[in-house]
Design a protein around this ligand. Structure first.
Ligand SMILES: [Zn+2]
Length: 53
């Protein structure tokens, strides 16, 4: 799964969002705090399945 980190410029709060690669609304992220679309993607990383044998 992809873990995306965002920052809202409207309320100046960071938030994270976990999405699967098949999730279509990747480019339609809104702030969970205020609902603003003025968000900036900070970084993302892959959460690998480390527990696999
Ligand atoms: Zn916000």
């Amino acid at each position: 799964m992809h873990h995306y980190e965002f920052f809202c410029h409207t309320c100046n709060r960071p938030f994270s969002k976990i999405q699967t690669p098949i999730e279509p609304d990747e480019n339609k992220v809104v702030c969970p705090w205020c609902g603003s679309e003025e968000v900036e993607q900070r970084w993302f990383y892959l959460v690998a399945a480390k527990q696999s044998a």
